[in-house]
Write a protein that binds this ligand. Structure first.
Ligand SMILES: NC(=O)c1ccc[n+]([C@@H]2O[C@H](COP(=O)([O-])OP(=O)(O)OC[C@H]3O[C@@H](n4cnc5c(N)ncnc54)[C@H](O)[C@@H]3O)[C@@H](O)[C@H]2O)c1
Length: 262
């Protein structure tokens, strides 16, 4: 069954821009209708109206009324601000700022509302690879999941001349010390063995220019190690462009009669 969705976009930044370029300008997902955008910064929304001809919602409440599904690509603050309201109104929610769910009691509450309202919360794979293997491997004895983040020292606002391990420990403490990695660490922890058991290593490396993520998983299924060298957005150098493409892939999956991968 092919489904059509009216999508509302919360946040007019780097991710939304790539999404709208593909959906509106390149007409890549014909079953997705963009209902409109909302941003707390009216200039950001105005820029998108000019560039893509999208409608601007003055209030998030109006966007919720008119959409089937909302994409949050704004901030953790936006997830806390609007998440419960979106689900309570019977709308599914795609969350890019998955770091909000490192607050596991908030996640529990959100899941409860989604269950009650028969809607879904989607966390796209974002800037990382290997979630399919972690999700499938979880059904075996998954012993170890590790994320190794390697970035140029300027990403950490430091000046190192040599490679240096900044953190090596559990993801729970790691995301509080280095919140800039909170989205990927949260998505991996939630997909696999949780924040306490997932290992996080953060390396400052002056030899690299891209954000490099390595994901290792080991269990009774076997083991894998995946490495990605992410290209970052010019609009927001903290954001890997693959994150936006992962939303497009999720939307394609939602609207297609064929699903590939778990
Ligand atoms: N899951 C992942 O792998 C992944 C990857 C990249 C980015 N992200 C996250 O996705 C989010 C969006 O990324 P981006 O690069 O597009 O950000 P961006 O900074 O380029 O744009 C965000 C936009 O959202 C708006 N905004 C922020 N808080 C808001 C609020 N409370 N209400 C309304 N508007 C609000 C801002 O004004 C801005 O225009 C960020 O939280 C980022 O950390 C996740």
């Amino acid at each position: 069954m092919v489904r059509h969705y009216k999508l509302g976009i919360l946040g007019c930044g780097a991710i939304a821009e790539i999404l709208l370029e593909n959906i509106i300008l390149k007409e890549k997902l014909e079953n997705i209708l963009i209902a409109g955008v909302y941003d707390k910064n009216p200039n950001a929304a105005e820029e998108f109206k000019k560039k893509f001809g999208v409608r601007i919602f003055e209030e998030v409440d109006d966007m919720i009324k008119e959409c089937d599904i909302i994409l949050e690509c704004a901030s953790q603050e936006a997830v806390f601000q609007y998440g419960e309201k979106i689900l309570s109104n019977g709308r599914s929610l795609i969350v890019m700022s998955s770091g909000a769910f490192s607050n596991t009691s908030f996640l529990k509450k959100m899941r409860g509302i989604a269950r009650e309202k028969n809607v879904k919360i989607y966390l796209p794979s974002g800037a990382i690879l290997g979630l399919d293997g972690i999700k499938a491997g979880k059904f075996s004895e998954l012993e170890r999941v590790e994320l190794i983040v390697r970035k140029n020292p300027r990403s950490f606002k430091i000046r190192d001349e040599k490679e240096k391990v900044l953190y090596d420990g559990d993801a729970k403490r790691g995301v509080s010390l280095y919140p800039m990695n909170v989205n990927i660490a949260s998505t991996i922890s939630l997909a696999g063995i949780g924040f306490e058991k997932t290992r996080l290593k953060i390396i400052s490396d002056p030899k690299v220019d891209r954000n490099i993520h390595e994901i290792l998983a080991k269990g009774s299924f076997g083991e894998f190690r995946i490495k990605i060298k992410n290209v970052t957005s010019k609009r927001n150098p903290r954001t890997s462009i693959l994150a936006a493409y992962s939303v497009l892939a999720l939307l394609e999956r939602l609207t297609s009669e064929l699903e590939i991968g778990c």
